[in-house]
Design a protein around this ligand. Structure first.
Ligand code: 4NP
Length: 151
C-alpha cells in the first residue's frame, strides 16, 4: 500500500479535487486497491466542511463525486502515516516543512514539481479558475502515477 496525502490551505478547493482526480486516475489504471488517499489543509478554518460547491461541480462535470469529503487540518501523525505528502503550492509546502520539522518519514514535495509549478488558489476567482485547476491536477495525477511506477 502506498499512502498519499494531498494538501492545500483550506482543504475545500484544490486538495479535495486532487484526491478525487487521483482516485479516478488509479481506477482507470486498475490500481486503486494499492493506494490509500486522503487530503488535508494547512489551515483549520474549514474543518468539518464539505468541499467548495465549485470544486464539487467541476468534479461532477468530469464524472467524479467528491461531495462526501470533509475538510480537516494536517496533523503530526500525518507525517508518519503517509508515504507522500503532496503540496498544492510553495506556501503550503513551506508550512508543511515547518509543522514537520524533519521528523516524520513522509516524503514532502510540490505536487507539480517537474517543472515546479503552484496550483493556483481558485477560492477568490471565478469558475474558470476551477476548470483550470481541474486540468492541472489531472495532468499532474497522470505524471505522478507514472513517476511512482518508475517511468
Ligand atoms: P484551498 O482554497 O486551499 O484550495 O482549499 C482556499 C479555501 C479557503 C480559503 C483559502 C483557500 N480561505 O481563506 O478561507
Amino acid at each position: 500500500m502506498t499512502a498519499l496525502l494531498f494538501v492545500c490551505l483550506g482543504n475545500i478547493c484544490r486538495s479535495p479535487l486532487a484526491e478525487g482526480i487521483f482516485r479516478q486516475t488509479l481506477e482507470e489504471a486498475g490500481l486503486a486497491g494499492q493506494f490509500t488517499l486522503d487530503s488535508a489543509g494547512t489551515g483549520a478554518w474549514h474543518a468539518g466542511n464539505p468541499p467548495d460547491p465549485r470544486s464539487i461541480a467541476v468534479a461532477a462535470r468530469n464524472g467524479i463525486d467528491i461531495s462526501a469529503q470533509r475538510a480537516r487540518q494536517v496533523t503530526d501523525a500525518d507525517f508518519s502515516r503517509f508515504d507522500w505528502i503532496l503540496a498544492m503550492d510553495r506556501d503550503n509546502l513551506a508550512a508543511l516543512r515547518r509543522k514537520n520539522s524533519g521528523r516524520g518519514p513522509a516524503e514532502l514535495r510540490l505536487f507539480l514539481d517537474n517543472p515546479a509549478r503552484d496550483v493556483p488558489d481558485p477560492y477568490y476567482g471565478g469558475p474558470d479558475g476551477f476548470d483550470q485547476v481541474f486540468h492541472m491536477l489531472q495532468e499532474g495525477s497522470r505524471r505522478f502515477l507514472k513517476q511512482l511506477q518508475g517511468g
